[in-house]
Design a binder for this molecule. Sequence first.
Ligand code: HEC
Ligand code: HEC
Length: 332
Amino acid sequence: MTRTPLPCLVAIFAAAVAVHPAPGQEPPDSRNLQVLPSDIPEDELTDTMLGFLQALGLPRRGGEGCLHCHVGDLERPRSEWDWSNDAKSTKLTARRMIAMTKAINEEHLAGLARRMAPEFEVGCVTCHRGRVDPRPLPMLLDSALRAGGADSVATVYRELYGRFFGADAYDFRVSVLAGMAAELAAQDDYEAALRISAVNEQAHPAEPGARRVTLGLGLQRTLDREGADAAIAEFTGMLRSEPPGIVDYSLLDGLGWRTYRLDRQADALPLFRANRAAFPDLYFTFESLTEASLGAGEISLADAIRAYQDWLTAHPGHEMAQVQLTNLQRRR
Ligand code: HEC
Ligand code: HEC
């Protein structure tokens, strides 16, 4: 086992916490140090340990956080704790983590042909970001789903949101629960999907996107169970009942392309037509309807080219339409 000093680690940890113990203390030689340098001074060791607390989000007060890895008793003075004891598996893991972090910095990053300036190194915080458990949010939510269904997802999400929102720890953007809800809907579990989308809306009351996901799932369920006409009727109702800015072209457009890709083109075209009627001035509704109609064989290539030419007459210089027109003309 090499025991070279870890200037980088110590520097990162020391910078993260400010403690000022008396310098120049003699390090005791009875310590059970296997990866940290055996001659590390007491104050640097303390800084390193405090750095662990910070990186893993463990409490700093009263030595409580130290107990995550060390054997000790909060009722007894800390000088009597058994610091060199290796009984806790978390300490053994942490020891490997120190060695891993050192290897990343000294063997891998140090060997890069070009480094960022100033040199950026990996610390515990790079992966842990203030949490003991480094798993990202979608993975934790997926475990919760398997263990206890949509209710567990709601509980875990709210708990983590309450503790970590604003920290650089989890991705709480609308897209995470939206993605999970979409997956559940794809498995035909609309009940769980809508339940999870409701949690998303509660967490993001000011974001139209969160509400839109719920509306989209509702439309998708209606389409799957009752067909295109019922879904379009529901959409028309939404245009009237939802506050402005919520119902936009993306609802029927997304549903249309999903249906189209599932080889249900007969169902997809009415959705695109209804979207075009609802948002007649929007290029995207025109483009989707034209492309899908062409793909489904409902119109010919010549019809599609004429449609783009008409659009360009009404909207001279429209760049996206011009690009599509050129593409179609090449296919002739
Ligand atoms: C994330 C796990 C972890 C936490 C939290 C932690 N330590 Fe450690 N500590 C270790 C590991 C691992 C070693 C052994 C390092 C080695 O083998 O080189 C160690 C070693 C030590 C040692 C040297 C023990 C000896 O053998 O003499 C002391 C003292 C120490 N830690 C104090 C603390 C204090 C004080 C805290 C709380 C402020 C703390 N540690 C928090 C993992 C941790
Ligand atoms: C490259 C990413 C990465 C870095 C850097 C890293 N860790 Fe970890 N850490 C992980 C992963 C991944 C796990 C989970 C491993 C598993 O159990 O599958 C983990 C798990 C742990 C655990 C066990 C979690 C628990 O349940 O208590 C501890 C303790 C820990 N790390 C401490 C540290 C310390 C201390 C450092 C810095 C010296 C560090 N880690 C640096 C990725 C990292």
